[in-house]
Design a protein around this ligand. Structure first.
Ligand SMILES: O=C(O)c1ccc[n+]([C@@H]2O[C@H](COP(=O)([O-])O)[C@@H](O)[C@H]2O)c1
Ligand SMILES: Cc1cc2nc[nH]c2cc1C
Length: 337
């Protein structure tokens, strides 16, 4: 292991460039080589799974948009009209949509996997969002979809989500697991105004007081999470088991990652943080995880869009490692001493 790390660093350092001049691309190349335990890593069949689910808390006025946008956006994904469709197609991602628990009866569709655990979670202002059994079912469903993608030959997988209300779930998870005040974790989500933001903070503080301290990451997800987040959590854990490269999207995906990380800290070795979301808690979270995102484009969409947009940069990292000449092969003089 130590040997591959040394060899990778040496290979990177002997490329025809001043030492360290490819910046973050060098870190990505090193990480990917280490994951695959090779000096010649390959990205094959990138896949993106978008989990969708509804939230009981959406009925409490915490979002700028109504709950039905969740199912309407799923139909948009299936029709190819969403941002994630455009970027997935552009960068050749195999895109899969999963109904993890949307409050709508979809017609059977080849592109839609039915993994519905319920028609939305319960409102965590009043009770736990999901039961232990529902949480376990979510983990299994997430695992199954990743197994499918891995069987198709994918070794790099991104995860997206769609769920009106899920920035509230994410803020609760972050506040609970990192022991941070709720205001540090709450943002505008889909775009609530100042007054709605204040109301969102008040509501989430009430929920925190109502449930009290919660010990385990699993309990935190079951209490505040969404079916789409719990399934994504199971999917991330399985992607690590399959030694895939895990592409982490924005605020919701990063909080889901936080739960998976608490369940299996080794998962961080396989994770690439694709972008810094404009959602205000995201920077705090990434700093706590001590990770650096690739992009900072002011995006705050979700759907896995950050993964698809960052992907060409990840390809550049792998390509320079595999294709760039060394000082020796190109006959260029290396640094003195
Ligand atoms: O990924 C992000 O960083 C992100 C930040 C803000 C909002 N979103 C998306 O917006 C929805 C949640 O926002 P909200 O206001 O309904 O909690 C959900 O469908 C997410 O995909 C996503
Ligand atoms: C239109 C819309 C699209 C989305 N995609 C992900 N979250 C979303 C939220 C809204 C409101």
């Amino acid at each position: 292991m130590e040997n591959i790390e040394k060899q990778l660093q040496q290979k990177i350092d002997l490329k025809t460039k001043p030492l360290g001049a490819l910046g973050m691309l060098e870190k990505l190349a090193f990480q990917i080589g280490k994951i695959q335990n090779t000096l010649t890593p390959k990205l094959s069949k990138p896949s993106l799974v978008v989990f969708a689910g509804d939230h009981g808390i959406a009925k409490s006025g915490v979002s700028a948009y109504p709950q039905e946008v969740t199912f309407q956006m799923v139909l948009n994904f299936l029709n190819g009209g969403a941002a994630v469709n455009v970027f997935s197609q552009q960068n050749h991602f195999d895109l899969k949509i999963v109904d993890a628990g949307v409050n709508f009866d979809f017609e059977v569709n080849d592109q839609l996997k039915n993994a519905k655990v319920g028609k939305g979670t319960k409102n965590f202002l009043e009770e736990k969002a999901m039961s232990k059994e529902e949480f376990e079912a979510c983990l299994q469903n997430g695992k199954a979809v990743v197994e499918e993608m891995a069987l198709k030959g994918s070794n790099v997988i991104g995860f997206g989500e769609m769920g009106i209300g899920n920035t509230s779930s994410s803020a609760m998870i972050m506040s609970s697991l990192l022991d941070l005040p709720i205001e540090k974790c709450v943002g505008r989500g889909t775009g609530v105004d100042d007054e709605q933001l204040k109301n969102k903070i008040d509501i989430l503080q009430k929920a925190k007081d109502f449930h009290g301290p919660i010990n385990s990451a699993e309990e935190v997800m079951a209490t505040f999470g969404g079916f789409e987040m719990a399934q994504m959590c199971g999917a991330m854990l399985e992607a690590y088991e399959q030694n895939m490269i895990i592409l982490v999207d924005g605020f919701i995906a990063s909080n889901t990652f936080l739960v998976a990380y608490k369940m299996n800290p080794a998962i961080i070795h396989n994770a690439i943080f694709c972008h810094l979301s404009n959602e205000s808690g995201h920077k705090v979270l990434l700093d706590e995880l001590n990770v650096s995102p690739i992009l900072n484009l002011g995006m705050r969409l979700g759907e896995g869009t950050g993964c698809t947009v960052a992907y060409p940069i990840i390809e550049s990292a792998v390509n320079f490692l595999n294709e760039m000449a060394s000082f020796e092969s190109a006959g260029v003089s290396d640094k003195e001493n």
